[in-house]
Write a protein that binds this ligand. Structure first.
Ligand SMILES: O=P(O)(O)OC[C@H]1O[C@H](OP(=O)(O)OP(=O)(O)O)[C@H](O)[C@@H]1O
Ligand code: HPA
Ligand SMILES: [Mg+2]
Length: 180
């Protein structure tokens, strides 16, 4: 285990099993709809690539980069779009793929944006949900794990751009970000 990790919450195996289960459910619900899976970069990249490979239906992928945390463990409250989608979402059944919902600000901003662009439907799949920190009223349609109010890293999730490549999800030691 990495020395900056206090505790592993979900192992590589547990994540794999959960992602497969989510992929199976999405495949059943979206059969015949050719959904557009939108990955919210950068954190959701590992989840998205594993998820779509566990979906056995025709689908399309697009990517959007947004950022609101920077080198902090608290949302700045300002959701910056760093890279927009390549294609139109008009009339499409959109699945927003997120690694984590924390305050909910990122997603509520994205959902508003995609509604204005006239998607046929918009649903959210998140690997992690941290409902204890929510500042807006928002629930995911599909969720892997509900987690306590702690700052977690790994499997795409970062602190100051580090730890995204850990194969597991763990709680970051507080001393790592309190030193800053
Ligand atoms: O519910 P919220 O409080 O908005 O937090 C969740 C968002 O924050 C993180 O992204 P971040 O802004 O850190 O960008 P990153 O994915 O590039 O790390 C995470 O990947 C979610 O997109
Ligand atoms: O707990 C978290 N870890 C990493 N990134 C995040 N963005 C929102 N919450 C988190
Ligand atoms: Mg981040």
């Amino acid at each position: 285990m990495h020395e900056d990790i206090q505790e592993i919450l979900y192992t590589e195996e547990e994540i794999k099993t959960k992602v497969k289960e989510l992929g199976r459910r999405l495949s059943e619900d979206y059969r015949g709809l050719n959904p557009l899976c939108i990955c919210v970069l950068k954190g959701a990249a590992p989840f998205m690539t594993d998820l779509v490979r566990s979906m056995d239906i025709p689908l399309e992928m697009d990517f959007m980069a947004v950022s609101s945390y920077g080198a902090s463990t608290k949302s700045s409250g300002v959701v910056r779009i760093i890279k927009d989608l390549d294609a139109s979402v008009e009339g499409r059944h959109v699945i927003i793929v997120e690694d984590i919902i924390d305050s909910g600000l990122t997603l509520s901003h994205l959902i508003d944006l995609l509604r204005h662009r006239n998607a046929a439907s918009i649903k959210v799949v998140t690997l992690l949900d941290k409902p204890g920190r929510r500042t807006v009223d928002l629930q995911p349609d599909y969720c892997g794990f509900t987690i306590p109010d702690a700052f977690v890293v790994g499997y795409g999730l970062d602190y100051a751009e580090k730890y995204r490549n850990l194969p597991y999800i763990g709680i970051l030691k507080e001393q790592v970000y309190q030193q800053q």
